[in-house]
Write a protein that binds this ligand. Structure first.
Ligand SMILES: Cc1cc2nc3c(=O)[nH]c(=O)nc-3n(C[C@H](O)[C@H](O)[C@H](O)COP(=O)(O)OP(=O)(O)OC[C@H]3O[C@@H](n4cnc5c(N)ncnc54)[C@H](O)[C@@H]3O)c2cc1C
Length: 546
């Protein structure tokens, strides 16, 4: 059943990291904007308390509970791939670390033929979004943006020992890994301010939603893009789940898809934009044959190395009884508290081989450990975890709509560890992670390695462990990749316009042509910030501090 049609200048699909920022920017000069978000408003208090991450990441109501197809690289397991399904999108459930990547990541995007995307050209957009609290070189760090970025304020002796121990292995401390140069060890910067998560919704929608020219519909899932010939003219959506009414909203200027790396290609495909063969298979009339839609899916595949800890309590023991009450009291008083930390406290960015000129490995450390094989449940005994992943994986997979029904989960195959290079880099990473846990700085607390355990020594044994226990790091990208006309697998051009279609752009993590050496929220926000200038026809920002 179809009812009334509204018309706006811009219709944005998805109120996540990118969509929330775009809603604010595109409505600044009075243009009318409709934001359609499939999930609910972000009223659940556990979204805003950073420690609520552990509960919400597998929430049935706040996430799309996607699962990957079994793969050789995961020993035939289906890896769970949650994505945020709430205002703020994945930034409402993510691990809160703010990490831009290396300058060469973006220079590489430009070298691939994407004019305007070099580090020098994207830096003004990273800076525009953020308000770095505390130290930060203004040449690189923004001071006036809506997104406060804070330094870690909750320290634990073994996190400090982890960073000091890295020095024993020749890994220096890096006071700010967000200047384009990551090499080294240190503490994470976070999207946490005054004890609360700063999701994209909290940073950007708070003021935007007050504007009379902004309409935000939640629980409103876009089910297809409407076309007049090859021009996107509107969006069909259903409010309130599969049994709800279908409505249409029209766009005078543009439809912008910001539905994330899984849902963006799926929506394009079921709307008729994608590989013709796939569209025929699912009985969707072809509007534009675009073979790259849904292809080139990449993700970080991480492995957790766990050790038992002696002579000190870790987070495992601090989240129950009186210690927890103390942390709650501290949080209520706005003092540094365990309730306001990100899941990973310290980092190392380093090289898998000495001859490399930049890091290709990322390590995350926390004085806590999860029960083997049980999501979200901490060990009873004290523990510490060093996670590791390859920063720029080569392995690629795909997202294909299973049917034309927007409520059927798509087929997702990340092909983790398919590339030999990825296996070798991860192997080197697991060996280095083992050494990072056995430095003399950590010796007073290191008891024994429990995962994978000392009996794992050979390359085959390490890889077997990675296949059995490794998992997503939730950094999905690439399924609507940006590229020049000469790249037949690209979906959008350097202005993020969908190829062969008018008035339709993709603005989210799916456009990334290669993986940044980082968690992906910061780069996604940068993409949306840059896209807002493109959409509004403004010259590219070149600002630099005086
Ligand atoms: C558990 C987890 C932990 C992470 N940890 C970190 C971290 O610590 N640091 C970091 O930098 N990055 C992290 N990331 C990654 C980062 O959050 C994402 O890369 C980023 O949020 C992606 O932004 P996006 O705008 O592309 O998509 P999203 O933020 O996921 O937004 C997409 C939005 O579109 C909505 N939507 C989808 N389909 C439709 C439809 N058909 N109709 C209407 N709405 C729709 C979704 O509900 C969602 O709200 C994490 C991600 C996850 C899931």
């Amino acid at each position: 059943m179809t009812s009334g049609t509204e018309i706006f200048d811009y219709v944005i699909i998805g109120g996540g990291s990118a969509g929330a920022l775009l809603t604010k920017r595109l409505s600044e000069d009075g243009a009318s904007v409709c934001l359609l978000e499939a999930g609910p408003r972000d009223l659940n208090p556990l979204i805003h308390i950073p420690a609520g991450y552990i509960k919400n990441v597998y929430s049935r109501t706040l996430t799309w509970n996607f699962e990957a197809e079994p793969g050789v690289g995961t020993n035939g397991r289906r890896v769970s791939l949650p994505q945020g399904r709430v205002l703020g999108g994945s930034s409402s459930i993510n691990g809160l670390n703010y990490n831009r990547g290396q300058s060469t990541d973006f220079d590489h995007w430009a070298e691939l033929g994407n004019a305007g995307w070099s580090f020098e050209e994207v830096l003004p957009y990273f800076r525009r979004t953020e308000r770095k609290i505390g130290p930060g070189d203004p040449q690189f760090r923004g001071q006036d943006g809506e997104l406060p970025i804070t330094d870690l304020d909750w320290h634990h002796p073994i996190s400090e020992a982890f960073v000091a121990g890295a020095g024993e292995l020749g890994i220096p401390q890096n006071p700010d890994y967000n200047t384009g140069h990551q090499d080294g060890a240190g503490y994470f910067q976070r999207t946490i301010y005054k004890g609360l998560r700063v999701s994209s919704a909290r940073a950007f929608l708070g003021t935007a939603r007050q504007r009379s020219n902004v309409q935000i519909y939640t629980n409103a899932q876009a089910t297809s893009i409407e076309f007049e010939g090859k021009r996107a003219s509107g969006v069909r959506y259903i409010k309130g789940g599969p049994s709800g009414k279908t409505r249409t909203v029209r766009a005078r200027r543009e439809v912008i898809i910001s539905a994330g790396t899984i849902n963006t290609p799926r929506l394009l495909q079921i709307s008729g934009v994608g590989p013709a063969g796939l569209l025929n298979d699912i009985n969707v009339p072809v509007v534009q044959d675009l073979p790259g839609v849904g292809q080139h899916l990449r993700d970080h595949y991480g492995v957790r190395m766990v050790s038992r800890v002696k002579n000190i309590r870790t987070i495992n023991n601090m989240v129950q009884g009186p210690p927890l009450l103390l942390e709650i009291a501290r949080w209520l008083l706005r003092r540094p508290s365990l309730l306001a930390v990100s899941p990973s406290l310290a980092h190392v960015f380093w090289k898998s081989r000495a001859e490399l000129n930049r890091p290709d490995l990322m390590f995350v450390f926390t004085p806590a450990s999860f029960r083997q094989g049980v999501a979200g449940l901490l060990d009873k005994d004290p523990g510490m975890t060093c996670g590791v992943w390859q920063e720029r994986p080569e392995s690629m997979g795909y997202v294909n709509a299973r049917t034309a029904n927007p409520f059927d989960a798509p087929i997702i195959q990340p092909n983790y560890l398919a590339a030999e290079e990825d296996q070798q880099v991860l192997l080197a990473g697991m060996r280095l992670a083992r050494n990072l846990m056995r430095t003399s700085a950590l010796a007073p607390w290191f008891d024994k390695e429990t995962a994978p355990g000392d009996d794992v020594e050979s390359d085959d044994e390490f890889l077997d462990f990675a296949r059995r226990e490794g998992t997503t790091v939730y950094h999905l990208i690439g399924t609507a990749r940006m590229g020049p006309a000469s790249d037949p697998g690209s979906v959008v051009d350097a202005q993020l316009r969908v190829k062969g279609i008018e008035n339709l752009r993709v603005v989210d993590a799916s456009i990334m042509p290669t993986m940044p050496s980082a968690n992906t929220n910061a780069a996604t926000l940068m993409i949306a910030e840059k896209a807002s200038d493109m959409i509004l026809g403004r010259p590219a920002a070149t600002d630099s501090p005086d």
